[in-house]
Design a protein around this ligand. Structure first.
Ligand SMILES: [Zn+2]
Length: 237
């Protein structure tokens, strides 16, 4: 029995669309997963950025406490200067005060540096907040888009599966076995159009005999790639 190129073309079109839709359905979860990974990465970066701000601030606070208590000590010593009993005692205390004031000024510089650093770290932390927020937003957007696409694709697949069953039921009985075998092993890639005597599945030229058989609407498989062949619309017309 013969089968028209038109019927095969239609079958191939349905298979290609089904493959495309199923691939799109499979791509969705992968797209979501990639964005989830990104959010996880941004969350880690954000936590680290805030932790650094906190640690630097704690260190600066500690230094400020040290400076304050050193300043208190210096004040005490200055008071004691008036009640010194000897010149030596006075000199020793003066040196002690000078050394403590020197150390205090180094500490004050360090505190200033730390405060400047905190400002910079806070900018970085707020940037990390924004990046995380936009990553989360993108994830939600992707989730919605994937869900929407899955719904549409699911409906299209249902419709195409009905079309496919109808188209397949129209195939001659002696054709069914070979057709099902090639589709089962290669899916949509199991069928290929022939244009100017060239198999579009593998790019190899088919023989004149094969071309003639195609014209006679016989079952023809590509000798090179094994595809079930059908004539292109352009050649046929
Ligand atoms: Zn081929």
């Amino acid at each position: 029995m013969a089968v028209s190129a038109e019927a095969l073309r239609e079958l191939h079109r349905i298979h290609c669309q089904l493959t495309d839709l199923r691939e799109r359905l499979e791509r969705g979860p992968r797209q979501i997963q990639a964005r989830q990974l990104n959010v996880a990465k941004l969350t880690t970066a954000q936590s680290a950025a805030h932790e650094t701000v906190q640690k630097t601030r704690m260190a600066a606070d500690q230094k400020q406490l040290e400076l304050k208590s050193s300043e208190g000590r210096i004040e005490d010593w200055k008071t004691k200067l008036n009640s010194c009993n000897s010149n030596k005692e006075y000199q020793t205390l003066l040196e002690q005060i000078a050394a403590a004031e020197m150390a205090g000024s180094v500490l004050a510089d360090e505190i200033l540096e730390a405060l400047e650093r905190i400002d910079q770290l806070e900018v970085a932390a707020s940037l990390a907040d924004k990046l995380l927020a936009s990553g989360q937003e993108e994830l939600e957007k992707c989730r919605r888009a994937v869900a929407q696409e899955a719904e549409v694709a699911g409906r299209d697949i249902e419709r195409l599966e009905i079309d496919l069953a109808t188209a397949e039921s129209g195939l001659p009985a002696d054709f069914q076995g070979d057709y099902r075998r090639v589709i089962r092993s290669k899916g949509a890639d199991g069928m290929a159009e022939v244009e100017r005597q060239v198999c579009q599945g593998c790019g190899q030229q088919i023989t004149l005999n094969m071309q003639n058989n195609l014209m006679l609407e016989k079952l023809v498989f590509c000798a090179s790639c094994g595809c079930l062949l059908y004539l292109s619309e352009r050649i046929e017309s």
